[in-house]
Design a protein around this ligand. Structure first.
Ligand SMILES: [Zn+2]
Length: 181
């Protein structure tokens, strides 16, 4: 079985805002989960530390499913929310949030990971593949003689089933399937 080399670790490029405003990019990549613990000392080093250079800002990020810049505190909150999911589930969690059709935690935009886990049905080549597997698992046609089962209208059944599910594209290939609740 092939392993995906793609990193799912949420990361933030944290820079000094005063330097940025002066036209200099002074900063580095950090793990998002601890983005709020990064200090100006961490991005400047010992030499160029100045009192006015006390504000940090996340100017770029990866594996955080929102667009644009944010505060280190927000990046840390996103990092912790994403890290709640097991690593192999994170691409699906990111796709769920990016779809806009997800369950958020309280008043925040952060995903509710238990709700994600409850809805997620795995990654599949297509929804049809998931439907076939589900039919097998639930023994949909077990009681039906094979000669008759061969006439089962899979397309129609799958179309109806699809009303209870949402699919989001897997950037790698195929789709992530979610139960609609
Ligand atoms: Zn600075």
């Amino acid at each position: 079985m092939a392993t995906t080399a793609i990193s799912t670790t949420p990361r933030a490029w944290i820079g000094c805002l005063a330097c940025y405003n002066a036209g200099r990019l002074v900063g580095d990549w950090f793990d998002a989960v601890t983005a709020d613990e990064v200090t100006t000392y961490d991005v400047h080093g010992a030499h160029s530390r100045a009192d006015s250079h006390d504000e940090l800002w996340v100017m770029d990020h990866e594996n955080i499913p929102v667009k644009g810049e944010m505060s280190p505190a927000d990046a840390a909150a996103w990092g912790r929310a994403i890290a709640e999911a097991d690593e192999h589930l994170r691409p699906a969690l990111l796709a769920w949030v990016e779809s806009g059709d997800y369950v958020a935690e309280g008043n925040s935009d952060l995903p509710c990971v238990p709700d994600f886990v409850e809805r997620y049905c795995g990654e599949w080549e297509s929804f049809e593949d998931y439907a076939r597997e589900l039919a097998d698992e639930t023994g949909l046609l077990d009681e039906i003689p094979e000669a008759i089962a061969n006439y089962f209208d899979w397309d129609s059944w799958t179309r109806d089933l699809a009303f209870d599910y949402a699919t989001h594209d897997n950037p790698e290939d195929g789709v992530f399937v979610f139960r609609v609740m």
